[in-house]
Design a protein around this ligand. Structure first.
Ligand code: COA
Ligand code: MG
Length: 315
């Protein structure tokens, strides 16, 4: 999978599931998250890292994950765990892994390393599809290099912005454990994380990648999550990580085009095609100017709705 052939399956909600907590795995499979990310990194204590690799490999193969996209988050490359995470889990279950999430990425070399390692494992294990990579941007170094990271390899499918580690990386004041969207205005007017998220989204979209937002930690606060997800969608993110099943529906909704948005998109596409305006430029629809840029936005909404099975292909 590459930036030029983005996955057709929806990627609105990405449920993080601690790798060593085997009981949670079938629950995740039975739920409504678009993507399941089996985690080997920060939700797994150091003395469980080894067990987690074995449990994750087993779950990947043994559970019926239905149509879900499957991801594994490995530990960062500056730990003693990462190389074994990749080798053991991909050798055992590479055929069913859609992508690997590489956390705390610092520069494009991290992607090159992982991509070459995957080349060898796929050849040795006769894995016929290419396992994709998501690069988690969660440090000042990663954000500074985000353009070259996004261009590093054709295996890249997405970038994600990890606000918790990024906050620590830049030494910014901590006001909440929930990621962005909670108590932020108490210390800064506006959206404190607007720049890094937008910068990450820009690098992702310029290279045909998806952009993902980090989870909202306070899983009891559904209003706060709704707000944070709406802001991420407004900034151009395609989906958001979640950590608890109660968060899935809220996030799916935030990243699903509403009937009104779909209706408006159809109206614009119909008007443009009736006017033959794709070659002509601007026209008026309901007293508003519509041009090729608006048509592209409408087309994007339509395609998202089509991927979710809400509408047919637009002719
Ligand atoms: N995946 C699958 N199932 C989950 C889940 C998850 N991430 N989080 C909770 N559940 C299940 C629970 O097992 C429980 O199931 P049950 O009703 O059959 O017993 C149900 O959802 C309700 O859970 P609840 O009791 O409200 O939460 P908790 O106190 O058990 O767990 C957390 C709270 C935060 C510890 C837990 O949600 C979790 O570990 N989340 C993932 C953390 C993570 O991945 N961190 C890295 C983030 S990037
Ligand atoms: Mg992190």
């Amino acid at each position: 999978m590459t930036g030029n052939s983005l996955p057709l399956k929806p990627c609105r909600s990405i449920l993080s599931v601690p790798g060593h907590m085997v009981k949670l795995h079938p629950k995740a499979a039975a739920g409504k998250a678009d993507v399941i990310m089996l985690d080997l990194e920060d939700s797994v204590p150091a003395d469980k890292k080894k067990d987690a690799r074995e449990i994750v490999s087993h779950s990947l193969l043994a559970i019926d994950w239905q149509e879900k996209t499957l991801a594994v988050r490995i530990n960062s490359l500056d730990t003693p765990f990462a190389y074994k995470d990749v080798i053991q889990v991909t050798e055992a279950a590479g055929n069913v892994i859609d992508y690997i999430v590489l956390p705390k990425i610092g520069h494009a070399g991290d992607i090159h390393f992982l991509a070459r390692l995957l080349d060898g494992i796929e050849m040795e294990k006769k894995i016929h599809k290419k396992i994709a990579i998501e690069a988690a941007i969660e440090s000042a170094a990663g954000l500074e290099q985000v353009g070259s990271i996004a261009r590093a390899d054709r295996r890249l499918r997405s970038l994600s912005f990890g606000v918790a580690d990024y906050t620590a990386s830049i030494g910014a004041k901590l006001v909440s454990l929930s990621g962005h969207g909670e108590s932020e205005t108490a210390i800064y007017p506006g959206h404190r994380w607007h720049y890094p998220i937008s910068r990450m989204v820009m690098a992702a979209k310029a290279n045909g990648l998806l952009a993902m937002d980090a989870p909202f930690g306070n899983f009891k606060d559904s209003k706060g999550l709704e707000n944070a997800a709406a802001m991420a969608a407004a900034l151009g993110c395609d989906g958001k990580w979640v950590i608890h099943p109660d968060q899935i529906e809220i996030v799916n909704k935030a990243f699903t085009p509403s009937p009104e948005e779909i209706g408006r998109a159809k109206q614009i596409l119909d008007a443009m095609s009736a006017a033959g305006a794709l070659s002509q430029g601007a026209i008026a629809v309901n007293g508003q100017m519509v041009d090729l840029a608006t048509a592209r936005l409408a087309e994007r909404v339509w395609n998202q709705a089509r991927h979710l099975g809400l509408v047919e292909k637009y002719h």
